[in-house]
Ligand binder design. Sequence first.
Ligand code: ZN
Length: 155
Amino acid sequence: MSDLAQLYQQIILDHSRQRTGEGLADAAGLPSAENHQYNPTCGDEINLRVTLDAAGERVEAVTWEGDGCSISMAAASVLAESAPGLGRAEFQELVDRFREMLHSRGKVEPDAELLGDAAAFAGVSKFVARIKCAMLAWVAAEEAAREAGARAGSA
Ligand code: ZN
């Protein structure tokens, strides 16, 4: 195994054990939305909440509770660590890049600068059955961010 592959595997392992954002937090009056996703192929399940800032422009927090394989749990943890502070458009950009990398079958070199620890999931793209595991939390967050944004706009 290459040094980089080894490093990436370590990042996934660390995040599956030390999970950032685990435990649904109260939105404390800020615009927020929850989303539930289930991956029947693997049995992964997640309930995730995106909380925006008062203006509805930035991601304030991502919290979640879930049960599933280490890839799905690690992907949720990396997401919860990466998203806070990003503007909504920046966040969508991050989700798009992550999705693109996972569907590239290993052909797209991950943009490590933009993706940060999320680049560690590059190797997953070679295993079609595991892509849904890695995407689970990200799809939930994408939906929740959109809904929270709509709520902030109508408030
Ligand atoms: Zn899984």
